[in-house]
Design a binder for this molecule. Sequence first.
Ligand SMILES: CC(C)(COP(=O)(O)OP(=O)(O)OC[C@H]1O[C@@H](n2cnc3c(N)ncnc32)[C@H](O)[C@@H]1OP(=O)(O)O)[C@@H](O)C(=O)NCCC(=O)NCCS
Length: 150
Amino acid sequence: MAEAFKFDWDVPSESIAEVRRRTLYPFKSSGQETDAEMRENSTTVFGAVSQAGEPVGCIAVLDEPNHDCALRVRWLGVDDAVRGRGLGARLVQATQVYAATRQLGLWADVRVKAIPVYERLEFEPFGDFFELPNIGRHRVMRWWPAGLQP
Ligand SMILES: CC(C)(COP(=O)(O)OP(=O)(O)OC[C@H]1O[C@@H](n2cnc3c(N)ncnc32)[C@H](O)[C@@H]1OP(=O)(O)O)[C@@H](O)C(=O)NCCC(=O)NCCS
């Protein structure tokens, strides 16, 4: 039987807190301290993908202007067991739909492993690679809805 994955947009931060932690920050412990940054910016919108009612992936988009783009994409994570099926790409696509609705550009600090996912969705690299402690090499990627690229 084909596996069913359900995508939800604008979900509460609590619902994706644990999948965010285990996919992106497995070296951190569960709890308030790890989750606090999810509530720092009240414009943050969270997306989730679930399997059998349990979140297996997440993403967020928030108003944080930088690099000539108004919106930042953060916290793309998909559980190991369900990677390589296009779930990550569909989560990023949901942020593109959101950005297109608002007619605003997107930027993200993207881990090396995820760069191809963003590139396939027509994000463009910007600037040099850089290191973030505990996490590794990143690059800024940017994308604009049609006609808005400066
Ligand atoms: C990066 C990450 C989110 C990707 O999630 P994912 O669901 O595996 O992403 P996708 O399935 O869309 O794409 C991943 C790969 O699967 C391939 N793929 C997608 N659908 C596929 C399918 N139906 N059949 C075969 N391969 C497929 C893609 O081509 C891609 O290959 P590539 O990376 O070698 O180019 C996931 O690996 C992850 O959570 N990593 C840890 C946290 C992390 O680094 N997050 C990114 C922060 S910027």
